[in-house]
Design a protein around this ligand. Structure first.
Ligand code: GLA
Length: 401
């Protein structure tokens, strides 16, 4: 379909990603992700084998019916395994068994619900699940995605060529998406997924709307896989030092949510969600939302916690105090307030105290304190606030002078 127009750029693209000679970067100006993107992604629950058209349609229906859409979850993202091959002209081909109606029809359906659709690709020769990657087809694929009605593209980092340059590879796809947008009028959010391997926070601001900063999340509180997979506490420790690189339009991405997938307790999932909100992380539910428990729903739909994530100032919070396993995290908000998390990483309940000094206020300041999970105003307090925090749990506060 887009064969002739893309043949020459394909050859140039290959040279660019190998030798790091992509066109000079200009600031990413696609107007998207002014607050961290919210939605759902298929991978954490459905992985490769479980992804199909029925699951995606049911997910879109549920997001409208259960209030997630109204709470801000708008992207419905297909991860790896939606694609099978390329045709004789090099066009990417969707899996016709799993997606009998095709990607365009699915995008139309998602759009008819007032939602947006995301797709997944890879900078290398193959995706992580060995489906075709985008190398040498960036402009052709970007045009195809735009023609299908895709609103969001995640690009992974598997099966790269030896020495392939990350910044150039992602710049190439950014430019391809910009051209597709110019031709079709469809803006496409760009999500880099190179797992923090090349410190994307140092260079990806002008390239992507978000960049994975860590290896894949695992559905566990405290774990580290030999291949790099991380539990919740491993991820927050890696996100803390890079907080200053995030902002409107360009976010650190600690990976998709595991809330509701069964590997953690409700207390741990509440902490996971709270921390992602304080980190101004993209909030992409990663569970089967058509079969959510009441606890899972109450976590994903807590509008006061979501409001912390979506605060228009777009500052990523960070750790301000650590005493062994007892921590205080704080995020500056647009109204002059702070979101504060008292985090207990230890195996037993413990009292944690946040002083106003810890969160950047004079001790004499009187501020309204609200407990966001208890949905309770705690009064106008000066100096500090202390609370008993459950093991592997949080107390999350909104403090407003
Ligand atoms: C990588 C990514 C994951 C997911 C899988 C799909 O591991 O980091 O988020 O997209 O690939 O194969």
């Amino acid at each position: 379909m887009f064969r002739r127009a893309t043949r020459i750029v394909s050859i140039l693209s290959l040279a660019a990603v190998l030798f790091g000679c992509a066109a000079a970067a200009h600031a990413l100006d696609n107007g998207l992700a002014r607050t961290p993107p919210m939605g759902w992604n298929s991978w954490n629950k459905f992985a490769c084998a479980g992804l199909n058209e029925k699951v995606v349609r049911e997910t879109a229906d549920t997001m409208v019916a259960n209030g997630m859409k109204d709470a801000g979850y708008v992207y419905v993202n297909l991860d790896d395994c939606w694609q099978t091959s390329r045709d004789a002209a090099g066009n990417i081909v969707a899996d016709a068994t799993r997606f009998p109606s095709g990607i365009k029809a699915l995008a139309d359906y998602i759009h008819s619900k007032g939602l947006k659709m995301g797709l997944y690709t890879d900078v290398g020769t193959m995706t992580c699940a060995k489906r075709p990657g985008s190398i040498g087809h960036e402009y052709q694929d970007a045009m195809q995605y735009a023609a299908w009605g895709v609103d969001y593209l995640k690009e992974d980092w598997c099966n790269t060529l030896p020495g392939q340059n990350a910044e150039s590879s992602y710049t190439l796809m950014r430019n391809a998406l910009a051209e597709a947008t110019a031709k079709t009028g469809r803006p496409i959010l760009f999500s880099l997924c190179e797992w923090g391997s090349n410190k994307p926070w140092l260079w990806a601001g002008p390239i992507g709307n978000m960049w994975r900063s860590t290896d894949d999340i695992q559905d566990c509180w405290d774990c580290k896989r030999s291949w790099g997979g991380n539990g919740v506490v491993q991820i927050i420790d890696q996100l803390d030092p890079i907080y200053s690189y995030a902002g409107p339009g360009h976010w650190n991405d600690p990976d998709m949510l595991e809330v509701g997938n069964g590997g953690m307790t409700t207390e741990e999932y509440r902490a996971h969600f709270s921390l992602w909100a304080l980190l101004a992380a993209p909030l992409l539910a990663g569970n089967d939302i058509s079969k959510m428990s009441a606890d899972t729903k109450s976590i994903l739909l807590n509008k006061e916690v979501i409001a912390i994530d979506q605060d228009p100032m777009g500052i990523q919070g960070h750790r301000v105090k650590k005493e062994g396993d007892l921590e205080v995290w704080s995020k500056q908000l647009a109204d002059g307030g702070r979101a504060v998390i008292l985090l207990n990483r230890s195996a037993a309940p413990a009292k944690i105290s946040a002083s106003w000094d810890d969160i950047g206020y004079p001790a004499t300041l009187k501020a309204d304190v609200r407990d966001l999970w208890a949905a309770k105003d705690l009064g106008k307090l000066a100096g500090s606030y202390s609370a008993e925090v459950p093991s592997h749990g949080v107390v999350m506060l909104r403090v407003k002078p």
